[in-house]
Design a protein around this ligand. Sequence first.
Ligand code: HAM
Length: 413
Amino acid sequence: MSERIRAPRGTFDVLGDSALARARLEETARGILERAGYARIETPTFEQTKLFARGVGESTDVVQKEMYTFAEADGDSFTLRPEGTAPVCRAYLEHGMHKLPQPVKLWYLSTFFRRERPQQGRFRQFWQVGAEAIGSDDPAVDAESILLLGELLEAIGARGLRLRISSLGTPETRAAYRTELRAYLRSREDELSADVRDRIDLNPLRAFDADHPGTRQVMTGAPLLLDRLTPEDREHFDAVVAMLDGAGLAHEIDPTLVRGLDYYTRTVFEFTSDALGAQSGVGGGGRYDGLMEQIGGAATPGMGWAAGVERMLLASPAAPVAPPPVDLYVAYAKPELRSAAFRLAADARRAGHAARVELGGRSLKGQLKQADRAGARYVAILGDEGAALKDMESGEQRDVEVDTVMHHIRGGL
Ligand code: HAM
């Protein structure tokens, strides 16, 4: 026998109950987002590499080491999308959506790809539900966006939730703050982890993310960006927080909150769940007012989030998922009746009923067992003299003409 081929590391097949749980999550997300005026968008699975290099940021882990990138013979470089915000912004520009009433609200449920070390809740191909509101910098957009993710997580029963929120200000404030933070980190360089030390120039903010005890100690005394915001940014942040308070959404202001992507400005937030292990981030996002310009568009504010489908399911109790109902199971007593049975099942489906017929050559006894296992509401057993129609709920059985089976079951369904 030749070698068995397995799914690539960090990927998974979606089967059975998991597929049903995902379908239900999708319906929940769709309901919540479409009621709030979000329209579905799906973008290509791969994009030009420069979209992510410029959009997500050259200094991020995602761009530096996690992208699946491939080159075409003509030299074009493409990348399997590691995230959805840059592609949605690209689509907004490409389709002239600035002409629509702003903000334009778009949601997606798609697969994403990052070459990360696989572990519980971390995959190389994963799914996200995402929502982006583009074209308005009103703090109400931020508050509504955060509230919608809160609503989704509540609706699926996610456990042990915590919402942290902060503001990163404008790029100018951040640049000045980075300089200040770099100087501070350099002043205590020998207490930092090698990793953080190597990144002082490239991404000093990541030091807040470190697990290394020495680094954590240093960071307790570090200057905070939240204390350096301009009055406008501070006012914007306060307005977002006030609206969340008004809506009764519990949150913590965490000035050390950092996100893994570079495009954020002003509001950032993250929901974590203590039902998850080390990968506790269920979903997060923020404002990205500079992203459009990075990818060649006019300055356009945006705000959004994405939540990992696998992590949302891990964080929620596995609710029993009912298999789809079967209205009619068509069985036949002998092989010559197979075509008639096949036709009856096909007609029943065309008429909108969930109908099945034997496809594995089982004996009548085997067929009846299958009907039982599928939880069929009615079973029609075709014989030489017509059909014996059994109502599986009442146990009642009667002989009917084959072409009246549907007429008979319609009343009961
Ligand atoms: P992100 O924080 O990189 O943000 O990803 C959002 C969510 O996707 C995470 O909270 C997590 O649940 C899930 N996720 C990320 N990486 C993995 C992985 N390797 N395996 C399983 N799940 C994962 C973004 O992607 C931004 N585009 C969010 C956003 C939208 N910001 C503004 N708009």
